[in-house]
Design a protein around this ligand. Structure first.
Ligand SMILES: [Zn+2]
Length: 475
């Protein structure tokens, strides 16, 4: 089944703390095994195969992904991909007599979709899936905070027959207190408090014996309750002990609904139709073979030199203008990034004015992996200098990229690190993909102005930014 052209994925094995090189399709097989019920329809298995492959291509370093960040030179972690326990023995034990039959079915799903992944704008998607959506899948921003174009809400009652469509779980009050680290008000068992619709109109004698009460709208004598419920005495009190949580569906609800997809398959839909239904606007195509020499292969980076045209930005004492410096940095950076395989777009390539909203619009149209605004700072106190990088709150990728760029800028240029922080800047907020704004240094500082006049220093700044981007994808 495997040929010489197969790609090997470096898998970190959590249990043995070792890196193992496994053929890609072998990893795909292990992933599906951990994620599906083998009795699912063959078209559903094909969907799940393509989803697994997409996840590997998106993550693995050899395809230009981030790789597994905890271990150097490693593509994925077996625990993150839920395959740490899956091996031949596990499968044989699990399937028993059905081993041959099931194995054949699984291999058919893998071989008939060989090399296929799900893409959006020619890039592998974040192929999120779950067990049962329970009526409709969810918009990504409602769960993860990030609005992703292909992870939109779609109606789905295909999963109605799923065992997870409707579920109930009961919790004792002290269990809830424990799990949520809270304390309910102390309820002393009593008959004074009524629970509307449940327990009402309690009447008892002087010794505390219940004479009568209404339960669920029906009146009972104390003696009847004692007999019907098998209580020891009519001298009783009541207090709540259990709260039930009724759930619909299972999982985060984003993207692909497994049980729904299975039902679509039963109804005669192909894997392509099913994937198209749950992932909005996607394509299914063969992945590109990884390139080792070009670590940024396939990455789309948008560089945004601030200001331009009549808008000079900040100015130095000797007349240097921010708009010119950042354009120069942008052009050098573009060249270097392209050498490493990235596709780079500059929001402006010459001295022209562009409004902030126009810049955001360009970014949201092109959907780059990163949108990077290049700018300089100004301050009345001319002795202040140093670099600041801003990202949008909660955007972990941008924060990580900011840190890598800062680290490399400091290394290349001896800039002062004034911090990588969150801010509500227009662009980092309005650009829907990951975005950062770099304030390289303070142009109002005369020493900085002098340094920036030297092309060598501009090149060093570019180098620092590029190294930061490479590091981000490497680790
Ligand atoms: Zn569903």
């Amino acid at each position: 089944m495997l040929g010489n052209n197969d790609i090997y994925i470096k898998v970190y094995r959590c249990l043995t703390d070792k890196i193992e090189s496994l053929p890609m399709e072998e990893v795909v097989k292990m992933m599906i095994l951990s994620e599906i019920n083998i009795d699912f329809h063959i078209e559903l298995l094909k969907c799940q195969t393509i989803i697994a492959r997409t996840r590997i291509v998106k993550e693995a370093k050899c395809f230009g992904g981030k790789g597994y960040s905890e271990v150097e030179d490693c593509d994925i972690c077996d625990r993150d991909f839920c395959i740490e326990m899956i091996n031949n023995k596990y499968i044989k034990d699990k399937w028993g007599d059905n081993y041959a039959k099931n194995n054949k079915k699984l291999n058919e799903a893998i071989n008939s979709t060989k090399g296929l992944i799900i893409t959006y704008n020619n890039k592998p998607i974040d192929a999120k899936y779950h067990s049962t959506c329970g009526g409709a899948t969810e918009n990504s921003e409602n769960v993860t905070g990030n609005q992703i174009t292909y992870l939109r809400r779609v109606l789905c009652d295909y999963c109605k027959e799923s065992p997870y469509w409707d579920n109930k779980r009961d919790f004792f009050l002290d269990e809830i207190e424990d799990k949520l680290r809270i304390k309910f008000p102390n309820i002393t068992p009593s008959l004074k408090s009524e629970i509307k619709g449940f327990i009402e109109e309690v009447d008892k004698d002087e010794s505390g014996r219940v004479l009568s009460m209404k339960i669920g709208g029906k009146k009972f004598k104390g003696t009847e309750i004692r007999e019907l419920l098998g209580l020891n005495s009519t001298r009783f009190s009541i207090s709540p002990a259990v709260i039930s949580f009724n759930t619909q569906g299972k999982g985060h609800g984003i993207g692909f609904c497994q049980y729904g997809g299975n039902e679509m398959a039963q109804k005669g839909h192909s894997y392509y139709e099913i994937l198209k239904y749950y992932y909005t606007g996607i394509a299914v195509k063969k992945y590109n073979k990884p390139s080792i020499k070009k670590p940024l292969s396939g990455k789309l980076i948008m560089l945004d030199p601030a200001h331009g045209g009549e808008d000079n930005g900040s100015e130095g004492a000797k007349g240097m203008k921010e708009k010119d410096v950042v354009l120069e940095v942008g052009k050098y950076t573009k060249e270097r990034l392209e050498d490493l395989g990235a596709i780079v777009i500059l929001t402006r390539e010459d001295d022209r004015y562009l409004s902030l909203s126009k810049r955001a619009e360009l970014a949201n149209d092109k959907k780059p992996d990163f949108f990077i605004t290049l700018s300089l700072s100004a301050f009345p106190n001319t002795s202040v200098n140093g670099c600041e990088i801003y990202h949008y709150r909660g955007d972990k990728d941008s924060q990580a990229l900011g840190n890598y760029i800062m680290e490399n800028l400091v290394k290349e240029t001896n800039l002062i690190n004034r911090g990588v922080r969150t801010a509500e800047l227009f662009l980092v907020k309005e650009v829907r993909n990951s975005a950062i704004q770099i304030f390289i240094d303070y142009l109002t500082n005369p020493d900085v102005e002098e340094k920036l006049a030297d092309k060598k220093n501009i090149q060093k700044i570019s180098k620092g930014i590029v190294q930061g981007i490479v590091s981000f994808y490497k680790y």
